[in-house]
Design a protein around this ligand. Structure first.
Ligand code: COA
Ligand code: AMP
Length: 621
C-alpha cells in the first residue's frame, strides 16, 4: 500500500477519495496550483460539515452519539446524537449567516472546551467560512496578532475557561486583544457560562443564545476541495505566528483514511483525543476525523490529573467505552508522577481500550514502557505536526502492527516519502542524524500555503531542500526503516506538548528596561519534556537582582504570551556566545543545553564564553 502511494499517488488518492461523499467528484486528482506546487482534487466540490454530520444522518446514523462533552470541572456529561449535533450546527450557522458571514469569511474562535466550540467550527464549515481557533491559554497580545492576520468578520468567545479549579475570565483578554488589534471586528458573540456569568449589556458582545433563538437553520454550502476550511496559527522561528491553511477536500480524504489506517477505528467506535481544540490534534481528531468517520468523539474539559485525580482518564474511558485514546506523553508523565503504580486504574473496567496513541512531543522510553505495562495494550508513538494535519510516521493499527521500538515513531504513513538529509543535503546513512524532510508532493491534507504569506511558506518549508518539504525536526532512520525523531532543529520548543517559539519569548524578555540582550532556550523537564529558560545580559549600569528580574520576566511572558509558556526561569549571564558579526549562537547554546556534541563555529567571537554559559546553565538546572 505504501509503495503504491509513493509510486502512483494519483491512483492511490483517487481511490481513497471515494471513501467520502462529494457534491462533485474530482476529475483531477493531483495537479499543480498557480504557484507551480502540487494540489489535490482541484475541481472537486464538497462540504466538510456535510461529511461530518448530515451524511451520517441521511445514512441512518442519526441516533448514534456523535459527541460527548465530558467536563469534570463543571460536573457535566452531555451526549449529542448526530441528528442533534446537525440541528444545533445548522442553527448556529444561521446566526453567522444573519451576521453576513459567507464563503471565505474568517471567524476567530477563542473558547474553552465546551460543545459550542465544536458546533461553531462545524457551522463555519457549513457556510464555507474559514475558522481560526485560538488556544485559550494564549494571552491578549497573541490573540491580537491572529486577529490582525486573519481579519475576521466575527469573533466567538465565552465568559470563561476553567483550569482545574481556577476560573479564567476571557472577557478582559478578548477586550484587550480587540483594542490592541488594528483590524476592527464587526461582530463579537459571547457564550454565557453559568460558572462565570457576565453582564454584557452595553458591551461589544452579543449574546450567543439570544442570537441562536432568533436564527433560522441553514444548509451546507458547496466549496471547492482547495478552498480553505481553517487557519491554525502555530509557532515559527520568529515572533510572528504562521497561519497554517487547511483545505477541505484533501483534509477530509486524509482524515478518513487515517482514522482507519493509522488508528484502527471503524464507524461507530468511540475515539478520544485528550487534547484541546486550540491545537491541530483537536481540529483533526476531536472534531473532523472522528465525525467524518461516523465515530463517537469526546470533548473533555479536564486534565489527566486533579480533575479530580490521576484516575481521570480511566474514568472517562470506562464511562464512554473508549476504544482508542490519543494524548501527549506529558499527560502520562503527569499520571505516573501522581500514581506511580497505577492503582487508580483498578477502580475502572477499561477493557474497551485497544490502543493508546501518543504524539505532540518526543516520547521517552520510560513513559512508553510505563504506559505499556500498565495498560497491556499497544502504545503507539506517532509523529506529525500542525502543518501536516495528520500523522506522517506511525505504527499502523489498522494494518498489521509492527513490533514497537521505544523512541521511534515507526514507519512512514502512506503518502509521506520521508527522508533524512545530512549536511551536504545527501540522504543520510543508516543511523546518521540529519534533517527530516518529505519529498514533494506531500499527500492530501497537508498545508497548501500560509495565510496571506506564500513567500514565507516557500522560504520556511520549501527552499532549504529543493524538492522537499522541511519539517523543522531532526532525526535518523535505523536498519529496519524505523524513524527516530530527535527534536526540533530550529527555535521552536515543545512544552507539555504545546509548541512555542523561543523567538516570541525573546521579543518579550528584551523589552524589559534592564535587559540588553537575551536568548531563550528549552531545557529538559521531567514532566513537560521541555521548559523555557531565559539567559539575560543586563544593560550597563543596571542593578536589578536576579530574583527580581526573573519575577518581572515571568509576569511579562504570562501577560503577553500566556501562562501556557511555563516561562519560570531566567538567569543573568555576563555575555552570550556570538559570532564576530554579532549574531547570537543560539544553535550552539541549544546543543550545550541538550548536552549533545557541537562544533564550535569558526566565527565565534570568544571561546571562553561557552564554558561560562555551560557553568551557568547547569548550576541553575
Ligand atoms: N486556558 C488558560 N490557561 C491555560 C490553559 C487554557 N486553555 N491551558 C493551560 N493553561 C495554564 C495553566 O492553568 C497553567 O497556569 P499556571 O502557571 O497559572 O498554573 C499554565 O498554563 C501551564 O499549563 P499546563 O502546562 O497545562 O500545566 P498544568 O500543571 O495545568 O498541567 C499537564 C500539566 C501535563 C497535566 C498538562 O500540561 C497536560 O495535560 N498536557 C497535555 C497536553 C496536551 O494535550 N497537548 C496537546 C498536544 S497532543
Ligand atoms: P505541533 O505542530 O504543535 O503538533 O508540533 C509538532 C512538533 O512536535 C513536531 O515538529 C515535533 O517536533 C514534535 N513532535 C510531535 N510528535 C512527536 C513525536 N511523536 N516524537 C517526537 N516529536 C514529536
Amino acid at each position: 500500500m505504501y509503495q503504491n502511494s509513493i509510486e502512483q499517488p494519483d491512483v492511490f488518492w483517487g481511490e481513497k477519495a471515494q471513501w467520502i461523499d462529494w457534491f462533485k467528484f474530482p476529475q483531477e486528482i493531483l495537479g499543480t496550483n498557480q504557484h507551480g506546487l502540487p494540489q489535490w482534487y482541484a475541481d472537486g466540490e464538497l462540504n466538510t460539515c456535510y461529511l461530518a454530520l448530515d451524511r451520517h444522518v441521511e445514512a441512518g446514523r442519526g441516533d448514534q452519539t456523535a459527541l460527548i462533552w465530558d467536563s469534570p470541572v463543571t460536573g457535566n456529561i452531555v451526549h449529542y446524537t448526530y441528528t442533534e449535533l446537525r440541528s444545533k450546527t445548522a442553527q448556529f450557522a444561521g446566526v453567522l449567516h444573519q451576521l453576513g458571514v459567507t464563503k471565505g469569511d474568517r471567524v476567530i474562535i477563542y473558547m474553552p472546551m465546551v460543545p459550542e466550540v465544536a458546533i461553531a467550527m462545524l457551522a463555519c464549515a457549513r457556510l464555507g467560512a474559514v475558522h481560526s481557533v485560538v488556544f485559550g491559554g494564549f494571552a491578549a497580545h497573541e490573540l491580537a496578532l491572529r486577529i490582525d492576520d486573519a481579519q475576521p468578520k466575527v469573533l466567538l468567545t465565552a465568559t470563561a475557561g476553567i483550569e482545574v479549579d481556577k476560573i479564567i475570565p476571557y472577557r478582559p483578554i478578548v477586550e484587550h486583544a480587540m483594542m490592541e488589534a488594528h483590524h476592527k471586528i464587526p461582530h463579537a458573540i459571547m457564550l454565557q457560562r453559568s460558572v462565570h456569568p457576565e453582564n454584557i449589556e452595553d458591551s461589544v458582545f452579543q449574546d450567543w443564545y439570544a442570537l441562536l433563538e432568533a436564527a433560522t437553520p441553514v444548509g451546507c454550502t458547496p466549496v471547492r476541495a482547495t478552498d480553505p476550511l481553517y487557519i491554525l496559527y502555530t509557532s515559527g522561528t520568529t515572533g510572528k505566528p504562521k497561519g497554517i491553511v487547511r483545505d477541505n477536500g484533501g483534509y477530509a480524504v486524509a482524515l478518513r483514511f487515517s482514522m482507519e489506517y493509522v488508528y484502527g477505528v471503524q464507524p461507530g467506535d468511540v475515539f478520544w483525543a485528550a487534547s484541546d481544540v486550540g491545537w491541530v490534534v483537536g481540529h483533526s481528531y476531536i472534531v473532523y476525523g472522528p465525525l467524518i468517520t461516523g465515530c463517537t468523539t469526546i470533548l473533555y474539559e479536564g486534565k489527566p490529573i486533579k480533575t479530580p485525580d490521576a484516575g481521570a482518564f480511566w474514568r472517562v474511558i470506562a464511562d464512554h467505552g473508549v476504544k482508542v485514546l490519543f494524548t501527549a506523553p506529558t499527560g502520562f508523565r503527569a499520571i505516573r508522577k501522581e500514581d506511580p503504580d497505577g492503582h487508580l486504574k483498578n477502580k475502572y473496567d477499561i477493557s474497551c481500550l485497544k490502543y493508546l496513541f501518543l504524539a505532540g512531543e518526543r516520547c521517552d522510553a520510560t513513559t512508553l514502557e510505563w504506559a505499556s505495562n500498565l495498560l497491556n495494550i499497544p502504545v503507539i508513538d506517532h509523529w506529525w505536526q500542525t502543518e501536516s494535519g495528520w500523522p506522517m510516521l506511525a505504527n499502523p493499527a489498522g494494518q498489521t502492527l509492527l513490533p514497537v521500538k521505544p523512541g521511534s515513531s515507526a514507519i512512514p504513513v502512506p503518502g509521506f516519502d520521508i527522508a533524512i538529509l545530512n549536511h551536504d543535503h545527501e540522504p543520510a546513512a543508516v543511523g546518521e542524524e540529519g534533517a527530516v524532510v518529505v519529498k514533494l508532493p506531500m499527500p492530501p491534507g497537508c498545508l497548501p500555503t500560509l495565510w496571506n504569506a506564500q513567500d514565507r511558506f516557500v522560504e520556511s518549508y520549501l527552499s532549504a531542500y529543493p524538492g522537499y518539504y522541511f519539517t523543522g525536526d531532526g532525526g535518523y532512520c535505523d536498519e529496519d526503516g524505523y524513524f527516530f525523531i530527535t527534536g526540533r532543529i530550529d527555535d521552536v520548543i515543545n512544552v507539555a506538548g504545546h509548541r512555542l517559539s523561543t523567538a516570541d519569548m525573546e521579543e518579550i524578555v528584551s523589552t524589559h528596561k534592564a535587559v540588553a540582550e537575551c536568548a531563550v532556550v528549552g531545557i529538559a523537564d521531567e514532566l513537560r519534556g521541555q521548559v523555557p529558560m531565559g539567559l539575560v545580559v543586563l544593560k550597563a549600569g543596571a542593578t536589578i537582582e536576579e530574583a527580581a528580574l526573573e519575577a518581572d520576566l515571568v509576569q511579562m511572558v504570562r501577560d503577553q504570551l500566556g501562562a501556557v509558556a511555563c516561562f519560570k526561569r531566567a538567569v543573568i549571564v555576563q555575555r552570550l556566545p556570538k559570532t564576530r558579526s554579532g549574531k547570537i549562537l543560539r544553535k550552539t547554546i541549544r546543543a550545550i543545553v541538550d548536552q549533545v556534541p557541537y562544533s564550535v563555529p569558526s566565527t565565534i567571537e570568544d571561546m571562553t564564553v561557552l564554558d561560562e554559559i555551560k557553568g551557568i546553565i547547569f548550576r541553575s538546572t
